[in-house]
Structures are given as structure tokens and as C-alpha cells.
Design a protein around this ligand. Sequence first.
Ligand SMILES: [Zn+2]
Length: 275
Amino acid sequence: MTIADNPVQISSPKPRVRPRSLADLLAPLDRIAAHSPSLIANHEARFEAGGRSYELPRYLFVGPCGGDTPIRVGIFAGIHGDEPEGTYAMIQFIKLIESKPELATGYCLSLYPVCNPTGFEAGTRLSRAGRDLNREFWRNSTEPEVRLLQAELVSRSFHGIISLHTDDTSDGFYGVVGGATLTKHLVEPALRAAEKILSRNQRPVIDGFPARNGIIHEAYDGMLSAPPRVRPRPFEIILETPKAPPEYLKEAAFAASLQAILAEYRRFIAYAPNL
Ligand SMILES: [Zn+2]
């Protein structure tokens, strides 16, 4: 499949300088939020690490009204600090929905582009405290990043949770499904959309888990997820990009799959209001 015939907007392939400073990284979003009627920046979530104060950046994007209560979806990136692809993709995605808000019609999106700020800065999977934050959820963790994110997961009570990751052992894009039963119906359109840009991982085993058509139904304990006792379960999707392809393709594949999930779930809600 070539990228020429895909309908998704792909940004320029010229190499970009990637900031490792959180302030430089977030500056474009904050410039948008300063004037946007839809994007709200919230810089209040802070924590201490290594004697320094860090922010866990949060943004809210309120899409055009869909006629019913807004659908609350949380999108999380960069919980592994050495996987900046999801972070950069989310910044591109926010720019995209800012320019085409109709893509987010009916949604209130909570956006967390850097869930592991110390790891992002250092380029390490683990946080500065040496923890894999994505194994700490709902296990009485004392890590401040996990506690802040858990508080968001409780207070926002999301209808859907999407996490963006990079798998440097994978040669294709794939998804991990959890939560609500309908999740599997959302991930297939997401992978189909991404597949126009990056090939799908079709291996029978991915990351040690049995897989089918690039979809895994199991995950590690302690991963970022809805609070354990929440019913009904929200949909939970992890999107994994391979590491090797150029940045602009990884970003475009994430953006295309996010759009597909929002469009598909909106359809579900429209046809099955009591789901
Ligand atoms: Zn990861």
C-alpha cells in the first residue's frame, strides 16, 4: 500500500527538531489553547521528582455539540518515556482537531500527551524513580504520576480510554483490546485506518501474547486502565506503532486510528443509546 492514496492528512516528511524540554514541547499547544474556543490547557497537576517540580500536562478538547451528553474519552501518551511517538502524534492530533473540530463532534477529549515527564526528559522507559509506571495502576502505587493519573481516571469517569505506545520489537502496527465488549469492534476500524499508512503486525504472537489480525486481548497487570470496580466498563484500547518507520508516518497512523475510533464509537452510541 502506498501512502499516496490515503485520505489522511500527512504532515511534511522533512525532519523536525524534537524538543526534549517539556516547556518547548507544549508551547505550540499552549499557543493554540490561548485563543481556541475548544482547547483548554490545565497546568495544575504537579509533582516533585529529584528535587524538581514537574507538571503532568493535561488538555481538554471540547468538540462541537453532538446533541447528547458529551462522550468522555481519555487519550494517554508517553507513559514510557522512551516512546515519544505517541506524544508527538497527540500534538499533531490536537492540531488536526483544532483545525477540523467536526472530527471530535459529540466528544469531550481529555488529553495527556506526557504521562511520564521525567522519563520523557531523560529518554528512558522508566520514571526517574526507576519505575515502569505502566505496571503500577490500581496497586496502591506511591508514584506521584500514577496517583495523578488515577485521580483523573476516577474523576473523569471515561466512556473510553486510549493509550499510545511504541513497540521496538514489532514490524507492524497493532492494538490491544480491553474493557467493554464492544472494544473489539472499535479496534478493527482503527487498524484498518492505520494500515493505509503502516502495515499491520499479522504475527500469531505479539509481545508474548496470542494475536489475531494485529489484535491482542491480554495485557500486563498494572497497566493504565479504568478503576477496577467501574461498571459498565469503558472501552480500552492500546495502539502500538512499530519504532522503525519515519516519524511522520507513525504520527499519521496514530492520527488516522484515533479518528477512526472516534467516528466508530459515535456511530455505536447513535445506534445503541442503551449499550
Ligand atoms: Zn510502552
